[in-house]
Design a protein around this ligand. Structure first.
Ligand SMILES: N[C@@H](CCC(=O)N[C@@H](CS)C(=O)NCC(=O)O)C(=O)O
Length: 202
């Protein structure tokens, strides 16, 4: 399998999932502006949507959309318990978290990466995100991870967006700070950050 990624982008989530799963994979960096891969291929020929992540399977087929890719990775290594069995309530709870992170957090950060968005507008986008982080703080409660005692692919995704929150100097509070540090300390997460050249900036 090959993961198409951009350092520190949302592709960090499936990258973490692949390392947590212990699956063999290669990686190729994408220049998102030029829509070109590091080896000079037209990225849009691989993922016509033009964004990362994309996971290319051994047979050449390509799976896109981060929340789906991480579920596939979890399903490929069921013994690692990074997800939950199809049809179980836990699976829907996992999908609930992935959908929440994708729509309420991940996409909520888009204005902060957009130089055309002014500070006034950013302020109101930040207020909305901070409401979501306050909710998350309550929802996490005393659990070490979103799904309970065990790390899941949803944690790799939340870690990825919390990293952006930290980069933009959002004060997410001590509970989410501790959660971030807990995930950051995982060997697979450290290895993913290192491979993307982000370890010092984690
Ligand atoms: N719906 C996609 C969105 C992925 C996405 O937002 N990717 C960003 C990086 S975090 C990107 O590649 N943006 C560049 C672009 O859209 O041209 C998913 O959830 O996987």
């Amino acid at each position: 399998m090959k993961l198409f990624y951009a350092p520190g982008a949302c592709s960090l989530s499936p990258h973490i999932a692949l390392r947590e799963a212990g699956l063999p994979f290669t990686m190729e960096k994408v220049d998102l502006r030029a829509k070109a891969t590091e080896s000079g291929d037209d990225y849009k020929a691989i993922n016509p949507r033009g964004y990362v992540p994309a996971l290319q399977l051994e047979d050449g087929r390509v799976v896109t959309e981060g929340p789906v890719i991480v579920q596939m990775i979890a399903d490929l290594a069921p013994e690692k318990e990074l997800g939950a069995a199809f049809g179980s309530v836990e699976r829907y709870q996992l999908m609930d978290w992935l959908a929440f992170i994708s729509t309420e957090l991940h996409k909520g950060f888009s204005p902060f990466f957009n130089p055309a968005v002014n500070d006034e507008a950013k302020k109101s986008f930040k207020e909305r995100l901070m409401l979501r982080f306050a909710y998350l703080t309550d929802a996490l409660g005393d659990k070490p991870y979103l799904m309970g005692d065990k790390f899941s692919v949803a944690d790799g995704y939340l870690f990825t967006v919390l990293r952006w929150a930290k980069g933009f100097k959002f004060d997410v509070g001590p509970k989410l700070d501790a959660y971030f540090d807990r995930v950051a300390a995982r060997p697979a997460v450290k290895a993913a950050l290192e491979a993307e050249g982000l370890l010092a900036a984690a």
